[in-house]
Ligand binder design. Structure first.
Ligand SMILES: [Zn+2]
Length: 626
């Protein structure tokens, strides 16, 4: 890996940005085509490797007692995960192929076949970590202290920590089976009812059309005030119609969660979420506390937006209305060259990794019929290449998406170079750090080359996104906390009770520039995330860690070394400990404040820019863009 990067870095001196040879995936590093004869041989190899492991360990218990034997078992397990897994190259290959062409039933069939093959192996091999989880606490401590197991310490810690809240095998089975009727069917019912609703909505030409619920949500962000208002009326009408059902549903879901937590003896409603995400509760508490103390930032932002849109206060559904026009276009070549130069300036290894992605055909860039929409970055086995899917259409947003996905890709390569197969990955709490880090630096470069009007429009869009990811999600987290606490205290919550709590937390971060318009008290009805329990903090944690790191790099470019250390750590330790080794305490509010300072700085710059352009004077409010 180092060798390859050194060569690539040398090449860099000769050319400004990588030559784009191919803009579709080159999957030849996996197979030469869909009927590559190597597939059969590889399946046999996967089976042989899997059952060699299973047959060696399934009937033994010494690895559960002797740490030296466990080390041997883990080495073999790691090698299996590294070279084979349960589906090898074939599973990865056909998954990628189905993303390239979603309408080809032959590809789907091939993927289903390998998935079936893989499930059998997964079922047969899972005894290994399920039994590890059942090692008694005293032995667990001995294993964790044993030098020979240092390599796998955090892998074991993760398994042991979750095991603390496991029940007996039989009880777990019952809980699993009952979850469908006491949880999943309820949430599916509400979202199913909502998705069936249609209402008449005015389009851009002023004509009324019947639109389904999913489309109505999107129309509330239209630049056209009449369209927005009409969509909001329809949206609120649908929620009002379904709020009774949602009240019954949410009460069941809250009861389900309460029962689970009591049976598992979880001390707090959010404990199991934190455990699953490998983040300490004290870190999340510091994050939530720090963000809530800075709710003046989103309030100031909405006040600025109201002024720019020429209104006294924004209606609840107008919060996300776009301000200004961002019409600049970017070809894919231009986007690559821009993103490359930013990454290369930050760190030459970043540039070199991106260059390899381009050279090896690891990025599928353009929209095509049948191709998956949106964008993603995917990895599978540690020895297989990363692949990135884009649908580049030439907008500013597409340039940022490229930066975002390549950020994920760089993160993968850094982890790959330093960690073993059992620590290859990122915890949910920090999964979006690398991506948003790159995105923000690229945005800054774009802003440098923009005139003031464009700059203002871009900054407003960016702040809108950041406010939603950080402050709105933290407000939602606090709503969830109070929702579970009140339910547990009262036994049942009416739709009015839920609406009152919801409105209180939304008003807290939006401030007085946003009206809590009639109907907005029901918006919890469609907010799916609250049904996943305390997941939303991760939007804020990823982005704020990223902002805090950006802040440090801006003050001292050499800090990029620490950023790389963090991005290389994968699952080898908890985010708190990884940062501790870099001398940073993320359980302190100070850390989160640094990220928040970065957002506030951008807001202040935007306010000054708006003033400079004369957008905030009373005479201008007549020519509003609402
Ligand atoms: Zn992402």
């Amino acid at each position: 890996m180092n060798q390859r990067i050194r060569v690539a870095t040398k090449n860099r001196a000769k050319k400004k940005s990588p030559a784009i040879v191919q803009t579709a995936w080159n999957l030849k590093s996996l197979y030469k085509n869909d009927d590559d004869p190597r597939m059969d041989g590889q399946r046999t190899a996967i089976e042989r490797a899997s059952y060699a492991f299973i047959n060696t360990w399934e009937n033994r218990s010494d690895y559960l007692e002797d740490p030296a034997v466990l080390r041997q078992a883990l080495d073999q397990y790691e090698a299996w995960k590294r070279f084979y897994g349960s589906d090898g190259d074939e599973g990865y290959y056909f998954w990628l192929r189905t993303q390239q062409d979603q309408n080809d039933p032959r590809l789907k069939a091939r993927f289903n076949k390998i998935e079936e093959f893989s499930k059998k192996i997964e079922n047969n091999i899972q005894f290994f970590y399920l039994r590890l989880a059942r090692i008694n606490p005293q032995l667990q401590r001995r294993f964790l202290a044993y030098d020979g197991l240092a390599k796998y310490r955090h892998y074991l810690e993760r398994i042991f920590a979750e095991a603390r809240y496991h029940l007996s095998e039989a009880e777990e089975k019952i809980l699993n089976l009952k979850a469908t009727t006491s949880y999943a069917n309820w949430t599916k019912m509400t979202s199913g009812f909502l998705s069936k609703e249609v209402r008449p909505v005015i389009n851009e030409n002023g004509i009324e059309h019947f639109k389904p619920f999913a489309e109505i949500i999107g129309l509330m962000n239209s630049k056209n005030k009449r369209v927005r208002d009409s969509a909001a009326w329809a949206f609120n009408d649908i929620l009002r119609k379904n709020v009774e059902v949602a009240e019954a549903e949410l009460n069941s879901v809250l009861a389900h969660k309460k029962i689970d937590d009591e049976l598992r003896c979880a001390p707090r409603p959010d404990t199991l979420r934190h455990l699953a995400d490998d983040i300490d509760s004290e870190v999340v508490d510091a994050l939530i506390g720090a963000v809530a103390e800075r709710f003046n930032i989103p309030s100031r932002f909405y006040a600025l937006k109201a002024k720019l849109l020429g209104v006294k206060r924004l209606a609840y559904h107008d919060r996300n209305a776009e301000y200004g026009v961002v019409a600049k276009r970017y070809t894919y070549e231009k986007a690559v060259s821009l993103v490359y130069s930013v990454m290369n300036n930050l760190d030459r290894q970043f540039g070199a990794i991106f260059e390899e992605f381009i050279k090896n055909g690891q990025i599928d860039a353009h929209p095509r019929k049948g191709k998956d929409s949106g964008a993603f970055c995917i990895h599978h086995l540690i020895i297989q290449p990363t692949f990135i899917l884009l649908n580049h259409a030439g907008k500013l947003h597409d340039v940022l998406t490229l930066a975002h996905e390549v950020g994920h890709g760089i993160n993968n390569e850094l982890i790959r170079s330093r960690q073993h197969a059992l620590d290859f990955g990122t915890p949910t709490s920090t999964a979006e750090v690398a991506s948003t880090f790159m995105e923000d630096f690229v945005l800054e470069e774009i802003l440098r080359g923009s005139d003031d009007e464009l700059r203002l429009a871009i900054m407003m869009q960016k702040l809108n996104d950041d406010v939603s990811s950080i402050f709105r999600q933290v407000a939602c987290y606090r709503f969830e906390q109070e929702l579970h606490a009140e339910f547990r205290a009262e036994g049942y919550l009416s739709k009015e009770d839920i609406g009152r709590l919801f409105r209180k937390h939304m008003a807290a971060y939006m401030g007085s520039a946003v009206v809590q318009s009639p109907g907005s008290e029901n918006w919890w009805v469609y907010w799916n995330h609250i049904r996943y329990f305390f997941y939303v903090y991760s939007y804020a944690s990823g982005l704020l860690i990223s902002k805090s790191l950006q802040n440090s790099v801006k003050q001292d470019p050499a800090f990029i070394h620490n950023v790389k250390e963090f991005l290389s750590a994968g699952l080898s330790d908890s985010p708190k400990n990884i940062f501790m080794k870099l001398g940073v305490n993320i359980a302190s509010r100070r850390f989160w404040d640094e990220g928040l300072d970065e957002v506030e700085k951008q807001l202040s710059e935007t306010e000054i820019l708006a003033k400079k352009l004369g957008k905030l004077t009373i005479s201008r409010t007549g020519s509003k863009e609402v």
